[in-house]
Design a protein around this ligand. Structure first.
Ligand code: ADP
Length: 224
């Protein structure tokens, strides 16, 4: 799946309160790319990730998935597209506290009225080292384990692309490194496109293509 952003802009507010969060961003992501997006707080990273993943509306410009503008579809089609094609991993994990690990992982399938594929479930929970934690509630798990559950949840629908917003931001450095190495394995072994926002230079450098963003302006900094 090819993802393209063309002259993508997002402006919040107006007059004195106007903030140009994204300023005419052009970006082309090929299937299987591993991308990091780095920049200081407030530079537009989350805004870009939200627009690339169909979570928000751009002020101008387009986002194309295989040449189809995702913002030219109905809200219903866009949310169904998101559920099937895109996996999300968040800094705060966003697990539902009253559901077990297994129920959290299966939630995106339930929302889509799809049955779990048990062998695929086993494959991803084994890969993430959480198969023996399936009946635990989130508060019974460490931060690193919770994030691994969240990664399994992002994979359960077999999406083409994973967007991760500061996935190690809430973890100590050891658990953060483990989570990053798992995301790296997923990219390499499962051939997913992975886009990661991070503050951490070491993590950013693990990516194959590196971008920096300042005041809403994106530039690629990958050393060729
Ligand atoms: P980052 O993820 O790099 O911290 P964001 O994309 O969250 O940056 O924000 C970029 C800019 O847009 C910031 O100046 C922020 O204050 C502003 N911004 C983000 N969301 C909103 C919003 N809903 N309303 C007004 N301004 C916003």
């Amino acid at each position: 799946m090819k993802i393209e952003a063309n002259h993508l802009s997002k402006v919040y507010g107006s007059g004195e309160n106007k903030v140009v969060a994204l300023d005419s961003v052009n970006l082309s992501i090929s299937s299987g790319d591993f991308i990091s997006l780095m920049g200081p707080s407030g530079s537009g990273k989350s805004t870009l990730l939200h627009l690339l993943s169909g979570l928000d509306q751009p002020s101008s410009g387009s986002v194309l998935y295989d040449n189809q503008n995702i913002y030219h579809t109905s809200d219903k089609e866009l949310s169904s597209f998101r559920r099937r094609k895109i996996g999300f991993v968040f800094q705060q994990f966003n697990l539902l506290p009253v559901l077990t690990a297994r129920e959290n992982i299966l939630m995106p399938l339930l929302l889509d009225k799809r049955q779990p594929n048990e062998s695929y479930m086993r494959e991803i929970t084994d890969l993430l080292g959480i198969s023996n934690r399936m009946n635990h509630l989130p508060h019974e798990l460490s931060g690193g384990q919770q994030q691994r559950i969240a990664i399994a949840r992002s994979l359960i629908t077999q999406p083409d692309v994973i967007f991760a917003d500061e996935p190690t931001g809430n973890l100590d450095s050891k658990s953060g490194n483990e989570v990053m190495s798992l995301l790296h394995n997923i990219w390499r072994n499962m051939r997913k496109t992975v886009v990661i926002i991070t503050h951490d230079i070491e993590i950013g450098q693990l990516a194959e293509r590196r971008f920096s963003i300042t005041d809403g302006v994106l530039s690629e900094v990958t050393q060729q």
